[in-house]
Design a binder for this molecule. Structure first.
Ligand code: GDP
Ligand code: CA
Length: 325
């Protein structure tokens, strides 16, 4: 096992990768890990480029994450953002902590001086040393918007709002009819992304949101084809346990695209690679073991193991279970 590539969103992808690194440190010390991160949640706020999933992975693996929240920095203050609010600017529902702001300022400065997002990410990682090669899925901006199914505040049914507004401001409790990834038509996979898929020995879809995290990466031109044709084994870990999203509101996303909130339905949604889908193997929680025969029948090698990422030992054991598949 030399090259492992992970397709990640924010919290679920970051925590799993931390366990994967801990497992590989003893099981395969020479292995190199590349993490391809969703950038569909990115946005401009107060003149700054915010990349929520890239930052969550970078801070988590670099030891700078707020563990309770799963995003942002620990011991944050909000002095700058309350000043911005005093001017009547910014979004009161989106937190920009003072320490975190420094990351956005440095990234935006790099982007404005002509660096690509890949280059800016590499620069930020020189400080955080995440222990992986961290790649944005694309250097071109791709932003996920949702189409509202009802009127809410200043928005009317049929309006599109940024995914982060739906997720953070409305906690995904407002019905939406579809997701739209704006910018996708002009996007290409960032340098190294397709290569990291084609030359990997193992590709892992961690327990990230199947719709707006992994689904968005898969929509980048070339990514799905690269996954279908790679010689690597493609193994996924269910983000759904016992019919519920473990944390967050992934069920609202699955509902919107017509997929049941179950480990089986998500596995079948990705599909077996032998049947034109993406997965060779799918790991479900032990409480979802009843799904194993249906997964096997669909051509997906599967197993059940504890999938709660409660602490590093539990997450390390999860990564070991994936490699055992
Ligand atoms: P986000 O970008 O921060 O929303 O994070 P991701 O897309 O990486 O992953 C979010 C998803 O990870 C959640 O919706 C959950 O379904 C899943 N998840 C979070 N914690 C756990 C856990 O401990 N175990 C499992 N199996 N899934 C988890
Ligand atoms: Ca995210």
């Amino acid at each position: 096992m030399r090259n492992v590539t992970v397709l990640a969103g924010g919290v679920g992808g970051a925590r799993f990768t931390r366990g994967l690194l801990a497992h590989l440190a003893t099981a395969a010390p020479d292995a190199a890990v590349t993490v391809i991160v969703n950038t569909g949640d990115d946005m401009w706020l107060d003149g700054l480029r915010i990349c929520p999933d890239l930052d969550t992975v970078m801070y988590t693996l670099g030891g700078g994450i707020n563990e309770e929240q799963g995003w942002g920095r620990p011991e944050e203050t909000r002095r700058a953002s309350s000043e911005i609010t005093a001017y009547g600017r910014g979004w009161s529902w989106f937190t920009l902590g003072d320490l975190d702001l420094a990351t956005h300022i440095v990234r935006t400065d790099l982007l404005r001086s002509g660096s690509t997002l890949s280059e800016a990410t590499e620069f930020l990682c020189r400080r955080w040393q995440p222990g992986v090669r961290l790649l944005p899925m694309s250097d071109q901006p791709v932003e996920t918007y949702v189409c509202l199914d009802e009127n809410i505040d200043e928005h009317a049914a049929g309006d599109y709002i940024h995914f982060e507004e739906w997720w953070v401001r409305y906690r995904a409790r407002v019905a939406v009819t579809r997701f739209e990834q704006r910018g996708l038509a002009n996007a290409v996979a960032a340098p190294g992304v397709l290569d990291a898929i084609q030359t990997a020995d193992l590709i892992v879809l961690p327990p990230s949101n199947p719709v707006v995290s992994i689904g968005t990466i898969l929509a980048v031109p070339g990514v799905r084809d690269a996954l279908r044709s790679t010689r690597a084994l493609v193994a996924g870990v269910s983000p759904i346990i016992g019919g519920a999203a473990v944390r967050g509101m992934a069920d609202a996303c699955l509902h919107t695209i017509g997929v049941d909130t179950s480990a089986l339905a998500v596995g079948l949604h990705y599909g077996a690679r032998s049947q034109g889908g993406l997965l060779d193997a799918w790991l479900v929680d032990e409480t979802d073991a009843a799904a194993l025969p249906a997964l096997t029948a669909a051509g997906i090698r599967s197993a059940a193991a504890p999938l709660w990422m409660t602490d590093l030992p539990a997450t390390t054991a999860m990564a070991a279970a994936v490699l055992a598949l």
